[in-house]
Design a protein around this ligand. Structure first.
Ligand SMILES: Nc1nc2c(c(=O)[nH]1)N[C@H]1C(S)=C(S)[C@@H](COP(=O)(O)O)O[C@H]1N2
Ligand SMILES: [Mo]
Length: 489
């Protein structure tokens, strides 16, 4: 426990690798594997649930593992084992440091517990011999549980350590859960009372969807005064820009919808906002692109990486933004600077941006390495928001079917709705989006008499039809029609 706390302090203070977080990183890497990803999302839903579970698992493994080690072996041996185990997911100096620290701490602890217990410290060796008479299938945990071998002091110390560890993990989990319930509420689609106000305009910041590779508590907190944006690689003038330096670029305001590639059909992981920032092309012009540069590589304060072909990066619509809906970006959504690339899913657009580097070759980004799309181009989508899929019991009477459609930077030109499971389709009325990058709201007045109706929606962009084939989000983004049954009474 103490060691974990010191290790964590070291990590926060000076960025020394923290084994539990490394382990968590390895685990999320595993969670990116398609099958596991689907499974976790089936069990935990779309929110941060799976990640919290993984993190709690890691905390239990780490604290429980150390406690177990400490109770089975004495100082040196336990330190050695801890070191070897830590080596699996942390660099060797860190593992060695943890091994030695663990050994010293254990010895100190055992000395502190007094002579009676110090005697008990020898017990593990005896238990080691005793293991011969233990059935071969019995592992270390069972051995620890064998009461006669453990004098009271050790048992009490072990129990206390386990209890403290458990309490800490439970506490951490609970805070994480509370944070998450806030986040989940925030990412749910805005509630619609039939005939009431619609979420068709700009999504308020506190209702913006949130997705992060990090547990929310570990999202970076950037100090605006110390923050710098580095521009380097194949540029003529490498730069290091402060927040005030950014003011020299021409301000641009844009309404733009952002959508997560892992959003399922009809899902809540997209929001619409008004952003203020400046054009990336203006910054690149100031830095001067060297011949040979082919890719732009992004880096963010949380270690997130992404890349973009330079040709796309130089187009006028790629923005670096610092303001959402009239206020500076908050921590959650990327303070102080984030990237906007119309037509691509959120994963292509780092928050907490720290570095732009021009390169002659592509380096696959964080999620690309984990099996997600390299280009992440937004699929044409449409969603029914009223009636709500989660609350499909509707009172009879004059009503509307309403929703949104979206195709990145391309216009939505037609939306069709069916209330009879696809036997007949009707044109919905499109509400003109304020900019070409924002979602297109639509509505269809319908009068539903009591009965059961199968609703579905599909959108068009010119001659491009929304894909009907139902595909999971991984790896290229979900496709298929949003459809569900409503009961009218
Ligand atoms: N630095 C960083 N940027 C990131 C991510 C991240 O984990 N770290 N997640 C990406 C993903 S997958 C999405 S969908 C969007 C989500 O942005 P939001 O939570 O502000 O809506 O941020 C993107 N940018
Ligand atoms: Mo995402």
């Amino acid at each position: 426990m103490l060691l974990s706390a010191i290790g964590y302090a070291l990590f926060v203070a000076s960025g020394v690798a923290y084994p539990p977080l490394r382990l968590f990183g390895a685990l999320t890497q595993l969670l990116g594997i398609p099958k596991l990803f689907q499974l976790v999302h089936q069990v935990f839903g779309l929110g941060q649930g799976g990640k919290i579970f993984a993190f709690m698992g890691v905390a239990v493994l780490w604290l429980g593992g150390l406690t177990l080690l400490g109770s089975v072996w004495r100082g040196q041996v336990a330190g050695l084992v801890a070191c070897v185990l830590t080596l699996v997911f942390a660099p060797w100096p860190v593992a060695l440091g943890y091994g030695i620290a663990f050994w010293l701490l254990l010895d100190a602890l055992q000395a502190l517990l007094g002579p009676r217990v110090a005697g008990a410290v020898r017990v593990p060796a005896r238990r080691g011999e005793g293991r011969v008479i233990v059935p071969p299938s019995t592992d270390g945990a069972a051995v620890t549980a064998a009461p006669p071998a453990l004098p009271d002091g050790t048992r009490r110390a072990t129990t206390a350590a386990l209890a403290a560890g458990g309490a800490l993990v439970a506490g951490g989990g609970l805070t994480a859960l509370f944070r998450d319930s806030g986040g989940a509420a925030a990412s749910a689609p805005a509630t619609i009372t039939p005939g009431g106000p619609l979420p068709f305009g700009v999504t308020p910041v506190d209702q913006w969807y949130y997705v992060s590779k990090n547990l929310e508590a570990f999202d970076p907190t950037v100090d605006g005064a110390k923050w710098r944006l580095k521009v380097d690689g194949l540029v003529r003038t490498p730069m290091s820009l402060s927040l005030t330096d950014l003011k020299r670029f021409t301000p641009v305001t844009e309404e733009l919808t952002l959508s997560c590639i892992s959003n399922p059909v009809g899902g809540p992981l997209l929001s619409n906002g008004v952003w203020v920032g400046f054009r990336l092309s203006e910054l690149l012009k100031a830095a001067g692109v060297q011949p040979g540069a082919k890719y732009l590589l992004w880096e963010a304060a949380d270690g997130y990486t992404e890349s973009l072909p330079l040709g796309r990066a130089l187009e006028d619509d790629v923005l670096l933004v610092h303001t959402l809906n009239g206020a500076p970006l908050n921590r959650k959504h990327g303070f102080p600077l984030r990237v906007l690339i119309p037509g691509r899913y959120g994963m292509k657009q780092p928050r907490w941006l720290t570095r732009i580097s021009l390169s002659d070759r592509d380096v696959p980004g964080y999620w690309v390495k984990r099996g997600w799309s390299r280009t992440a181009e937004v699929e044409l989508l449409s969603r029914i928001d009223e009636p709500q899929e989660v609350n499909p019991n509707v009172k009879a009477g004059a009503s509307f079917v309403r929703g949104i459609a979206f195709f990145g930077g391309k216009p939505v030109t037609r939306v069709e709705v069916t209330v009879d499971g696809g036997k007949s389709w009707r044109d919905a009325r499109l509400v003109a989006p304020r900019t070409r990058y924002a979602w297109t709201p639509w509505e269809l007045p319908v009068t539903l008499t009591p009965g059961s109706y199968e609703l579905a929606v599909r959108a068009y962009s010119g001659s491009t039809e929304q894909k009907k084939a139902e595909k999971d989000a991984l790896p290229e983004g979900a496709t298929g029609y949003h459809h569900f049954i409503v009961n009218v009474s």
